[in-house]
Structures are given as C-alpha cells and as structure tokens.
Design a protein around this ligand. Sequence first.
Ligand SMILES: Cc1cc2nc3c(=O)[nH]c(=O)nc-3n(C[C@H](O)[C@H](O)[C@H](O)COP(=O)(O)O)c2cc1C
Length: 467
Amino acid sequence: MARTLILGAVFRALGAYPSGWRYPGAHSNPLGDPAVLRATARAAEAAKLDYLFFGEWLATGPDLEFRDPDLLARLDPMSSIAFLAGVTKRIGLIATANSGYFDLYTLARQTASIDRLSGGRAGINIVTGADPRAAGNHGRGPGGAEPRYDEATEYLRALRLLWDSWEDDAFVRDRRTGRLIDPEKLHRTDAQGEFVSVTGPLNAARPVQGHLPIVHAGGSSRSRRLAAELADLALVAQPSLREAVAYRSELIAQSRAYGRTDDPRVITPILPVVAETTREAQEVFDDLLRLVPLDDGSPLAQSADFPANRSIRALSSVVGVPLGSPDLDDDVPLRVARRFADGGQRLLELVERRTGRRLGGERPVTYRQLLATHAVPAAAVVGSGAEVADHLQEWFEAGAVDGFNVLTPFLNGQFSAFTGLVVPELQRRGLFRTEYEGRTLREHLGLSTPANLHDSAAGGAAGRRRA
Ligand SMILES: Cc1cc2nc3c(=O)[nH]c(=O)nc-3n(C[C@H](O)[C@H](O)[C@H](O)COP(=O)(O)O)c2cc1C
C-alpha cells in the first residue's frame, strides 16, 4: 500500500473547543471522565486510528474555565495510558511529559512498563514549556528557553540509554546453574551532564518497542533541532500550508544531517467540525461560536478571571475600526466591514469560510461570530466528511504533514462524526488503513525498531560499562 496518513485522536474529555462542553448532549462533568475515556479509546480503535494522544498541563486555575475548561481538572496522561493498556488491544497510546518537571528515572521506568503492559503500544511526547504556575508546583523557576532545550536534549539521550539497560537476551533463566541473568547484558547508564545525572541501570526490562516512539511538540528553530536529532514525530502547528511544507523539508534535511535513517514524521493539530452536510456542520460551528461566553455585560463577564480579549473594544482594535457598542448579535454592516484593516479582513474571511455566512447575505455575519472567532484560536475545519477529507488530503499530498492530531470540539457527538464520516472517506480514497497490520505503535507509524545502544554485536556503544 502507498504511504498513508497518520491519524491520532487527542483526548480532551471536556472537548477541545472551550464552549464544547455546553453543546447539547456533550460530556461536561470531569467526575465522569473514566467512562468517556474508555468509550473514546474503543471508538478510536474501531476506527483503526494510530494512537490516542494526551497533552499535559501541570497547573490549574479559575481562568481556565473560559480559556481551556478541559484543563481545569483532568485525568493524568500517564495514568490514562496505563489504564487504556488494559482496555484496548491495538491502538497506540501517547502521553506527554515535561522534561523540566518529570523525574527521568521514574519516567523511563513508567514508560518501559506501560509499553510492556500494552504489548508495545506506548509513546511519549516530550515538551519543554515553562508555565509559571507549573514551575510553582514543581519547586523550580521557569528558566530560559535555551537551557530548557539543552536539558531536554540531555534528557532524551539519557532516556534512551536507560531504556537500553537490559539487552533483550539478558534473562538466561538457567535453572541448572542458578543464573537468572547474564550480567554482561545489563548496562549502567552513566549519563552525567549539565542538567541530567543518572547512573542506572533501569529496573525495568527494555520496552517491547526498544525505544518508545518519541514525539516532540514545539515550534521554534530550537524545537526543530531537538526533533531533528531525537524525535520520531514532530508535533507542529504552522500557520499556512506553504510554511508547513518548508518546515517539514527543513526538519527532514536536519535529521539526515544527524545521520538518521528514519525521517521524523510531522503531525499537525486539526479541529474538524463535521456533519452529513456542509450546512449541518456550519450550524454545529455556529452553535459553538454562540456558546463562547463574551463580554456582553452579564455577571459572568464581570468575573476577575474573564479573558480581556472578549469585548467589543478588543474586537475594535483587531479590525482596526471603532465599532461603538452594537448589540453582539447585530449583523456587521458592509459599510463598516469595508473599512476593516488587514487583521479584520482576515478574521472576516475565517468566519465566512467556517460558517458559510456572507456579509449582507441571507445568513449574515454578526459581531458575536467575529468576536468569538478572535477569542478562540483553533485550527477548525468545518464541513462534510468529504470536505474535511479534502483538507487532510491536500496537506498530506503537498508534503506539509505526514498526519494529524485530531482534536474534537466536544465528546462524544463530534468524535463519532469524525470516525463515521471522515475516516471512511479517507479509507475509500486509499489514504488510511482499513485494518491494523502491525501490533506496535512503531509498526503503525512505519518506524523501524532501534538497536540497543549498548549492544556491541549490533554496533552499539562499544566499551560501555556493564552494571
Ligand atoms: C501542537 C503543540 C502541542 C503542544 N502540546 C503541549 C502540551 O500538551 N503540554 C505542554 O506543556 N506544552 C505543549 N506544547 C508547547 C511546547 O512544548 C513549547 O513549550 C512551546 O511550543 C514553546 O516552545 P517553542 O517556542 O520552542 O516551540 C505544544 C506545542 C505545540 C506546537
């Protein structure tokens, strides 16, 4: 089969669109997350998706209620994938960990264990972000971006050495002589750097996949360098198709300069809003926009945590024209829109594309739709199954990406719309698998299994000290 798309589902129980939880029938109670997690994982597996993906955010606060309600109180990613190892059979399971906050030895052990528990289906997304609240929760200062990337580089190099502590044939189990292991095949790690200090060896067997697939999410040139050296999947969000093509080709060139033979795969987030027909999808999106709380003078908008960018005044500065104080549900008049500066024109185009509305048309554009679109940045693609598939196909065939991290605006309705309408369309086009062929996440992603870095027979690091 020709190269096919990588498709992962990002699990966000309360939805990836901040008003999603308000949509009729949507899951909205974090106390009920386990049942939703299990059902979503099983549905994703039935759709033959490559993996379920869990982002990470290591702090909370009341402002998230408006900005990102899913992050308020949620299941921990590592616990979630360990749980799913037992309730799924084929789908990959990727958890995010921050190299600044996660103890390396513990992470190596947990991930090696979950990989074994899941039969080789685990992956790890390493991020470097330094939100001040997360720093406060972990007894560390935020630190600069450069040192955080230096730290992440040392961290990932040492992580792979830790995973390689045991060679696969170390467990000789000779009942006669009483030798359970071949001590020559157990290796110390001895990674001593500026940020990382770990002696090893790891008290967990080598992962089924050798090394778990490593994802790295980021956007800067330093992030790309890290991905080029050490990541199997780079999770990036580029603003345009052209920039995405350039980013991916540069990343691949850089990774080859590191001597790598497996090119890193590039994945980008996308938030499909999908229904049987274009108009129905537009109506779902209209409702999501309508449910975004805006500063309409209501008591909610007076809350100290209410985002500052949700007033008509904020919109005026984006469109570059004073808008006075219209009712949010008024139509935007043509004569006002004609005076919009570039930022306003772009916002208007975005609203028209996503909602199918037209200024002065039968379904006109309102101030509310402009303001809500400005307030909630999201990589939304709205349309029928075929239209969403067209978008994915275009990015894939242009060489911009190898696949997508699919965000769902709310559960379960929009997830089942994606698996029921978009996935079958991609399968009909030969762009996505109809059955799992491999067993492990590496196999799903088409990645080879790495040799043990200590295994001298396979050309590994010679002379490394045994434990
Ligand atoms: C698509 C995408 C997803 C990300 N997901 C997370 C996440 O779940 N948790 C996190 O702490 N940081 C996440 N990050 C943030 C990055 O790790 C990084 O901190 C941020 O992009 C700034 O660093 P940079 O300028 O080097 O890209 C994500 C970044 C991108 C582009």
